[in-house]
Design a protein around this ligand. Structure first.
Ligand SMILES: Nc1ncnc2c1ncn2[C@@H]1O[C@H](COP(=O)(O)OP(=O)(O)OP(=O)(O)O)[C@@H](O)[C@H]1O
Ligand SMILES: O=P(O)(O)O[C@@H]1[C@H](O)[C@H](O)[C@@H](OP(=O)(O)O)[C@H](OP(=O)(O)O)[C@H]1O
Length: 358
């Protein structure tokens, strides 16, 4: 079932950089061609994304540049949901001048990074796409995209039982349907013996922030953009191990029923109010999850760990929006219903997981 994502050794890269070993999707180095993939700065917490296609590259660069300088509250809220941008660098690759975006590496400091790229939206082609491109895009990942507005072009996971790294390419993702998509998320979350409630909540909190932002903005339509889920399997192992020791329950990842948030219903969220009007409502809504995470109601296993002050470090999980090569400024005030459909599905799936954790 595991498919290998080839890592092609490349000569003549900018000094101090190597191909990003942990790249799970997107354009990669191809042997015998000029195709470029992501690079890693060996001495820094930075990944370098080549701006290979002129129009897409310029669009993505403008997107990050705007977030650097904006004072607009809605765009500042977006800035918190994307990897930190550190400008651009131009380098010579195999004799060609290439510009790269410098982005903070979301896996930095992780010993066993588990990474999943989830592309959001039923429609993954932008308004400038040719008929041919539309046809190709409509055919790919069709079962998943049509039903839940999501697809998985790649992921990797360290199995916490064996310690082995498993990598899955787009060929795997293209075979998924709604049910197997969910199963794949479980596989990614190392849920063989049950879902880890803390992991599910941390991811859900971040997904809710993205959902909240997309529901209140009319600045962008994001086509073919992804959400990157990242966590450190080594930290997950420690948490599950501590749970066992503290609670002496056979399965460390299964926690008490008592502290599932009472309001898991996102359907009450206002659909199309402007930013100012939705802000406080959204903050309230997110607070429920925050409270549940930080102050569970019951004397559950999670409580004990949190009281001991050992699990409130959230830096072992990251959820960020990435890939803005097809981020189009809205020319009207309409919402990005395409992205909304996908993120709503993802939030719903994780809310289902959270219910299961009880
Ligand atoms: N900030 C980051 N930190 C760590 N890894 C990253 C980061 N940004 C991107 N990646 C890795 O690079 C991959 C590709 O990123 P991205 O989607 O931006 O590239 P792309 O070539 O434009 O993709 P596509 O082919 O979908 O257009 C991601 O799946 C992830 O593995
Ligand atoms: O998931 P797959 O099958 O790898 O499909 C690719 C994916 O849709 C990329 O987003 C797209 O790059 P763009 O976002 O730049 O369009 C790329 O187009 P490309 O082959 O024209 O580079 C596709 O091949």
């Amino acid at each position: 079932m595991t498919t290998k994502i080839s890592q092609v050794p490349v000569n003549n890269l900018p000094s101090g950089t190597i191909p990003l070993e942990n790249q799970v999707a997107g354009h990669t180095f191809q042997e015998g061609t000029d195709a470029l993939g992501m690079l890693k700065d060996e001495s820094d917490d930075i990944v370098l994304k080549p701006l290979t296609k002129p129009i897409c590259g310029e669009r993505e660069k403008s997107f990050y540049e705007l977030l650097q300088t904006t004072k607009n509250p809605c765009l500042l809220a977006l800035k918190r949901l994307v990897p930190e941008y550190r400008g651009v660098v131009t380098a010579d690759v195999n004799g060609k001048e290439v510009e790269f975006l410098k982005l903070v590496d979301l896996t930095h400091g992780m010993r066993k990074p588990c990474i999943m790229d989830i592309k959001v939206g039923k429609r993954t082609w932008d308004p400038l796409a040719t008929k041919e491109k539309i046809l190709v895009e409509e055919e790919k990942y069709a079962a998943c995209k049509k039903t839940i507005g999501l697809c998985i072009p790649g992921f990797q996971v360290y199995d916490i039982e064996t310690g082995k790294l498993h990598r899955f390419s787009k060929d795997y993702g293209k075979k998924l349907n709604e049910t197997t998509f969910r199963d794949t998320l479980r596989l990614f979350l190392n849920a063989k013996s049950g879902l880890c409630r803390k992991l599910v909540i941390q991811i859900l909190l971040e997904l809710k922030s993205i959902q909240k932002w997309i529901r209140m903005q009319a600045y962008y339509k994001l086509y073919s953009s992804s959400i990157l889920l990242v966590y450190d399997a080594e930290k997950l192992e420690t948490i599950l191990h501590d749970n066992k020791l503290n609670c002496n329950i056979g399965n460390g990842s299964i926690l008490s029923h008592a502290d599932i948030p009472s309001d898991l219903n996102t359907s009450t969220m206002p659909q199309d109010l402007p930013y100012e009007n939705t802000k406080s409502w959204c903050d309230e809504n997110t607070k429920d999850y925050e409270q549940t995470l930080l102050h569970p109601k019951s004397d559950s296993c999670a409580n004990k760990l949190i009281v001991n002050g050992r699990t409130d470090d959230r830096s072992w999980t990251h959820v960020k929006m990435i890939d803005f090569a097809h981020a189009f400024s809205s020319d009207d005030d309409s919402l990005d219903t395409n992205y909304m459909f996908g993120i709503d599905s993802l939030v719903r799936i994780f809310e289902g997981f959270l219910k299961e954790c009880g």
